[in-house]
Design a protein around this ligand. Structure first.
Ligand code: 4AD
Ligand code: MG
Length: 467
């Protein structure tokens, strides 16, 4: 019997199949009925909606006893126009095979709603809930949208290494990669670890960003983007930080601050519009169950212009707010790194739309950002979003060899691992720019989920690496 995915049966024109025999397979969401008829709501993951299977309780007595929420079954039956409301077609069962039972005594996903905290403890099963199904289908769609966006604009997908010897962000938040025996480390005469005996012959770690290698791609291929996992050993237990997250990092030769921020804005709007165009079933579910303003907020972002706001002006607005009695947990003054409460104030209360903040004090930004003529600021950009705070971080890159070298020196970054990066400025240097979008921050925005642990299949955070 030919198997049809439930999405096909509910979304395509299947009038020619009505009255014929087909097969459906999936996991049972619910079973109900009476002594005359049994209804099984079946879901196969292809779509948020279930197909209804109608079964004769006498004929299928044995199977129906074994069929409970979570069981996996295969049904051969006649596709018929549905009598009930809510779905166009249903399946009248002729044969039912039970692939796998799910004992109601122990199967943790029963009909009732579960808390997100509880679902994290059963991360191996939570994917079978409607919410996580919706989030994961949208995650796929967003990844596809991102590749499409860049491909259509002539960017090349460029693969940068996960194991590296350089700390791009200079924050010292790297997970070391080693094959040295931790209980018996080889030491040099001065007592320090002898990394020459390590696998790569030097100290290495998981990358915090593909940008430095991405710049090598952009200064040869013109426009590239990376899309891969990124690792940060920062001990931040917040709803917006993961130790392993995915980042998209485009890097473009001959872009300046204006073309950079224009691309940032166009890119996010494209992704959000894609969600509205391709994920409406899942969005409607999330809008109903998770966040009643979700769809409205997504439409709002695609329709507004993002504010361009110099850091110095942003600080003035925040200081004014403090003078007018607004209470922030962290102090505000020129030079501070903005906390997410400050970013959200600007976006949610002051401007009421996304803000691209530019021209940050050089002390709070990474070494590679282009230095402005004022000697105090650099051409960094952060895109700040409602609910999320920072969703993108990027900059124009310092292309002047001497200025870049000075910035590296000032921060005491070890030069020995940077020679290849500096060569881009030594040979045929060019103005260029790029940014990094945190994929899970985008996922938070488009799904309305509140915690970043719930928009990645298997989150990695301090003290958790289960599943
Ligand atoms: O601002 P960040 O640190 O910038 C960079 O890594 C640059 N090298 C990017 C570039 O210019 N090519 O990180 C970029 C984005 C942030 O705006 C945020 O969305 C996300 O990555 N991000 C995280 N997402 C989840 N968990 C974390 N711990 C994150 N740290 C950063
Ligand atoms: Mg940043």
């Amino acid at each position: 019997m030919k198997r049809y995915e439930i999405k096909h049966l509910l979304k395509e024109d299947v009038s020619a199949l009505i009255g014929t025999e087909i097969n459906v397979k999936g996991w049972v969401r619910t079973k109900r009925g009476n002594k005359n008829v049994a209804f099984i709501a079946l879901n196969d993951g292809s779509i948020i909606h279930n197909i209804q299977v109608v079964a004769d309780p006498v004929q299928f007595e044995e199977q129906l006893r074994r069929i409970t929420t979570g069981a996996c079954i295969s049904v051969d039956g006649t596709l018929v126009s549905s009598q009930g409301s809510g779905q166009a077609v249903e399946v009248q069962a002729k044969t039912i095979e039970v692939y796998g039972e799910a004992s109601p005594e122990t199967y943790p996903l029963q009909k009732k709603g579960h808390s997100m905290e509880f679902l994290r403890e059963i991360g191996h099963l939570r994917l079978r809930t409607n919410t996580f199904g919706a989030v994961m289908r949208m995650r796929h769609n967003m990844a596809y949208a991102i590749h499409t966006f860049f491909h259509e604009r002539g960017f090349f997908y460029f693969h940068t290494p996960l194991i590296t010897a350089s700390d791009c962000e200079g924050a010292g938040e790297m997970f070391q990669v080693t094959t040295l025996p931790l209980n018996n480390l080889p030491k040099k005469e001065d007592g320090s670890v002898d990394y020459e005996q390590d696998f790569f012959g030097k100290q290495t770690a998981l990358t915090v960003s593909g940008q430095l290698e991405g710049e090598l791609g952009a200064t040869s291929l013109g426009k590239i983007y990376t899309f891969g996992p990124t690792f940060r050993a920062e001990n931040s237990n917040t709803p917006r930080h993961l130790a392993e997250f995915w980042m998209i990092e485009p890097e473009m030769a001959f872009y300046d601050l204006d073309s950079l921020t224009a691309l940032e804005e166009e890119f996010i709007k494209y992704c959000v519009q894609w969600a509205l165009d391709h994920c409406m079933d899942d969005l409607e579910f999330l809008n109903k169950m998770i966040d009643p303003n979700l769809i409205e907020r997504l439409r709002g972002v695609t329709a507004t212009n993002f504010v361009r706001l110099p850091y110095t002006e942003g600080i003035k607005i925040l200081e004014e707010a403090v003078n007018n009695g607004h209470k922030f947990e962290f102090p505000v003054s020129w030079g501070v790194d903005l906390a997410s409460e400050h970013e959200r104030f600007l976006v949610e209360e002051h401007f009421k739309r996304p803000v691209i903040m530019v021209d940050y004090p050089k002390e709070i930004k990474a070494f590679y950002m282009k230095q402005n003529a004022d000697g105090r600021t650099v051409q960094g950009t952060d895109v700040l979003f409602p609910q999320i705070g920072e969703i993108i971080g990027g900059s124009v890159r310092e292309e002047n060899y001497d200025k870049l070298l000075a910035a590296i020196d000032e921060r005491n970054i070890p030069m020995k691992d940077m020679w290849w990066y500096l060569d881009t400025r030594k040979y045929g240097t060019c103005p260029h720019a790029g940014f990094g979008l945190g994929f899970e921050r985008l996922m938070l925005f488009v799904t309305g989920m509140a915690n970043i642990r719930d928009v990645i299949p298997f989150p990695r955070t301090p003290k958790t690496a289960e599943f």
